[in-house]
Design a binder for this molecule. Sequence first.
Ligand SMILES: Nc1ncnc2c1ncn2[C@@H]1O[C@H](COP(=O)(O)OP(=O)(O)OP(=O)(O)O)[C@@H](O)[C@H]1O
Ligand code: NI
Length: 263
Amino acid sequence: MNNANNNFLKVEKLSISFIQYVRATKTRIIQPISDLSVDIKEGEIMAVVGASGSGKSLLAHAILGILPGNAICQGNIIYRGEELTDERKEQLRGKEIAFIPQSVNYLDPLMKVGKQVQIGLHKKTAEKQQKQLFAKYELKESDGELFPFELSGGMLRRVMFATCVREGVRLVVADEPTPGIHPEALSEILSQLADFAKNGAGVMLITHDIVSALEVADRVAVIKDGKTVEIADAKAFQGKGEQLKEEYTRKLWNALPQNEFSF
Ligand SMILES: Nc1ncnc2c1ncn2[C@@H]1O[C@H](COP(=O)(O)OP(=O)(O)OP(=O)(O)O)[C@@H](O)[C@H]1O
Ligand code: NI
């Protein structure tokens, strides 16, 4: 591995705190992320797993530069050898760095979904490309004329996926892209992520679904209470987890329904 590749994306000792107003005059600080480090190489899929509330979405939002205004973010985020400043994040967001958000509320409620998928595509070919993307994600052509509230959760998720398939994408951050997706579309989404990686992009796949993630991930970062517990090769998730370093990771692995009875 050369140096440039190692420096593709490096999140080092990230901490995120929020100032909360308890009463009119009193404030307190909460720190959901305190010591989080993760890195992604070019062409690699890094799964980020952890319980609800462990800080996965905040990590994604920190990389994208879309944390709420009252968040205090410390630590380093290095992208392709350079500090990812707020300004840089804004420049790259939706272009080199694609985001599939966890909540479908990120879609514009007042814009037809077909139009939303056309944003960022070359004007001349946008409509054609959007239709191809719809076909790829098993959306009907007529669905493009619908507003977000007229689509099911699974359909919305597929629309969001289509919005990030763009030429020139180098980093894809997908925050729980698979819930509510039926099995065929799920494998399509996983293989799309694998395609991004094959084309040289780095992919961060945030998910609760370790089993699906392992189908495509190269490594897995395990997050607990805003800290990195372990970063393991996907291959280490087998048997009873003997190759995993941390007790917490082994427990997570062994608690999966298909592993529970393997003792
Ligand atoms: N704007 C905010 N202000 C205060 N606390 C916040 C804010 N956003 C998130 N948090 C807290 O930070 C913690 C981590 O939240 P985050 O959304 O990153 O969790 P997550 O791992 O993505 O969970 P899930 O799997 O349920 O999506 C939670 O305890 C949450 O309450
Ligand atoms: Ni989340």
